[in-house]
Design a binder for this molecule. Structure first.
Ligand code: 2DT
Ligand code: MG
Length: 231
């Protein structure tokens, strides 16, 4: 069955180094999915006339409907207890052992797994900005054993597709440069990118992130359509 009421949502992940355009493209994809989804017409809702009244109603219907169609998530989720520890670490206000912080990033995904599973099963598509590939690439760039890094994420839900936004860190720097967070340094990003590319599997679509925002967006939604991820 492929109708929206019985089909599970797609699990779409964006990965890449800092300033590659992941957040921009993830947000644009969610917006695209929400817009192209057919809204119930006012007639079918049995709403009468009256310009202001109908407009308000349409707006609130659209709000709930939108979140039902697709949602944007991101990792790390800095809002949880674990996420707050990660945030302190990234902002350099807290030092943690490399192994500990790796496990915190992983635990930050695990604590969301039940919610993610339920959202997907309810038919909602999830677009997620960074996932376990970032977990491995950034920790292994600190010379932790790569298999050890992978092990804590074993058993997490597997994405249907991973859009890897590939950009040379030298190019990323030119885009207004990095911020002040712990990993936002050229040499470290170069190391992470190398490891990322070694992690590439059959679910990956590697995109040349030097392209314009509209060019990338088109490639992304077309690829999602070709892979039957859009209803
Ligand atoms: P943002 O700039 O996207 O907020 O990420 N990272 C991320 C890890 O080291 N391990 C992980 O598991 C994840 C999801 C990448 C903040 C930094 O955190 C890194 C950049
Ligand atoms: Mg960042």
């Amino acid at each position: 069955p492929t109708d929206a009421s019985t089909r599970r949502g797609a699990f779409i992940v964006f990965e890449g180094c800092d300033r590659a355009g992941k957040s921009t493209q993830a947000a644009k994809l969610v917006e695209y999915l929400q817009k192209r989804h057919k809204q119930p017409s006012l007639k079918s809702l049995g709403v009468g006339v009256g310009e202001t009244f109908t407009n308000n109603l349409k707006e609130s219907e659209t709000m709930t409907d939108k979140a039902k169609v697709a949602q944007l998530w991101k990792f790390p989720d800095r809002t949880t207890h674990i996420g707050k520890m990660i945030d302190g670490y990234l902002k350099n206000t807290k030092d943690l052992d490399d192994h500990v912080v790796h496990l915190l990033f992983s635990a930050n995904r695990w604590e969301c797994m039940t919610a993610i599973k339920n959202i997907l099963l309810s038919g909602t598509t999830l677009v997620v900005d960074r996932y376990a590939y970032s977990g491995v690439a950034f920790s292994a760039a600190k010379d932790l054993d790569i298999n050890w890094c992978k092990s804590s994420d074993i058993g997490l839900l597997t994405p249907d597709i991973v859009f890897f936004m590939d950009l040379e860190p030298e190019e990323a720097v030119k885009r207004g440069g990095y911020g002040k967070e712990r990993y936002e340094k050229l040499e470290f990003q170069k190391k992470a990118r190398k490891i990322f590319l070694d992690l590439k599997d059959s679910s990956w679509k590697v995109l040349d992130a030097r392209q314009t925002i509209p060019e990338l967006h088109q490639q992304i939604f077309e690829t999602a359509e070709e892979n039957n991820l859009i209803i």
